[in-house]
Design a protein around this ligand. Sequence first.
Ligand code: RP5
Length: 163
Amino acid sequence: MQPLVGLIMGSKSDWPTLEHAANMLDRLGVPYETRVVSAHRTPDLLFEYAKTAADRGLKVIIAGAGGAAHLPGMVASQTSLPVLGVPVQSKALNGLDSLLSIVQMPGGIAVGTLAIGKAGATNAGLLAAQIIGTHDDTVRKAVEQFRETQTQTVLDNPDPRNP
Ligand code: RP5
C-alpha cells in the first residue's frame, strides 16, 4: 500500500521510542514507511527525503530525534507537509534538550511538537491518523473506534486495585 506517513528518526537508537508511533499507525490501519534520516550524519539525505516527500504521496511526516534534535525543524523547512516532532528521551538530560530543540521553532516554520518519549510517539501516530482522517473516512472511523474502546476500558475497570 502507498505509505501516507513518513516515520523518520535521527538514529537506530531512537527506534524503541518511535516504534510506539508505528504501533499506533498499525493499529489504526495507516500505511507508513520508516527509515533513519539524520540531520547531522546524513544531511543530504534529509534534504532529498523532505523535498520529495509530498510528490511520493506522503501526507504527514513524523520525525523523532534526541539531544540536539534538529531533524523535525530541518525537515519542516524543506516540505509543506505537516511535520510532527517527537523528542526522544536522551540519557544526559532526560529529553529536555530534545524537547527544547524541537519545540522552540521561530515563527514561520511550523513543527507540531509532542511529549517526550513513548507518550509523544504514541500521540504522534494518533495525530497523524487524525490528520489523514480529515480526508479518509476509514481512518477517521478507526480513530473514533480506538477512542471508544479506550473510554469503555476505563469505565469497565473502575477499581484501581484490580489488575
Ligand atoms: C540524535 O542523536 C538521534 O536522534 C539520537 O537520539 C541521538 C543519539 O544517536 P546515537 O548516537 O545513539 O546514534 O541525532
